[in-house]
Design a binder for this molecule. Structure first.
Ligand SMILES: Cc1cc2nc3c(=O)[nH]c(=O)nc-3n(C[C@H](O)[C@H](O)[C@H](O)COP(=O)(O)O)c2cc1C
Length: 135
C-alpha cells in the first residue's frame, strides 16, 4: 500500500504530449510506497467566476489534489510561459474552499522546446509560491 500519494499535472492536452510522457516515465520509476496519479485536464473549462457550482472535471481533480501529499508539474512551455491548461487548473484549485494546494511540496519538470521549459517553469514558480512550498 502506498504511503505517499503524488498528483502529476501536465500543461499539455495533446495525446502525444512529451510532458505527459514525463509523468508516465516518473510513474514507471517510483520507489515503493509512492503512487503518482495523473490529472485529466481535457474537460476542465476556463475558470469563470460566473460558473455556478464546480464542474465535475474540476471536482475530480480537486479531490485528487486533496488526497495528494505533493505535486509534480510537467510544465509545457508556450510562448515563454506555462501552457494555459496548467494555469487554468491552478486557478480553479486555488479557489476551492478546502485549499487542496496549500502547504504541500511541489516538484517542477518539463520537456520539449528549446530550453527544457525553464522559462515556463520560472512563471510556474511565481504562480505556485502563493499556495505551496516548492522543493
Ligand atoms: C503555441 C506554442 C508556443 C510554443 N512556445 C514555445 C516557447 O516559447 N519555448 C519553447 O521552448 N517551446 C515552445 N513551443 C514548443 C513546445 O514547448 C513543444 O511543442 C512541446 O513539445 C509541447 O509540449 P507537449 O509535448 O507536452 O505537448 C511552443 C509550442 C506551441 C504550440
Amino acid at each position: 500500500m502506498s504511503s505517499i500519494k503524488l498528483l502529476g499535472i501536465s500543461g499539455s492536452l495533446r495525446k502525444a504530449s512529451t510532458n505527459r510522457g514525463l509523468l508516465r516515465a516518473a510513474q514507471s520509476v517510483l520507489p515503493s510506497g509512492v503512487s503518482l496519479d495523473i490529472a485529466e485536464l481535457q474537460d476542465v473549462p476556463f475558470y469563470n467566476a460566473d460558473i455556478v457550482g464546480i464542474p465535475e472535471s474540476v471536482q475530480r481533480i480537486a479531490h485528487q489534489a486533496q488526497l495528494a501529499d505533493g505535486f509534480i508539474f510537467a510544465c509545457t512551455e508556450y510562448n515563454y510561459s506555462m501552457a494555459p491548461a496548467l494555469k487554468n487548473i491552478l486557478d480553479w484549485l486555488s479557489r476551492q474552499p478546502d485549499t487542496p494546494l496549500n502547504d504541500k511540496p511541489a516538484a517542477l519538470m518539463g520537456a520539449g522546446g528549446g530550453m527544457g521549459t525553464s522559462r515556463a517553469q520560472y512563471h510556474l514558480r511565481q504562480s505556485c509560491v502563493f499556495s505551496m512550498f516548492i522543493h
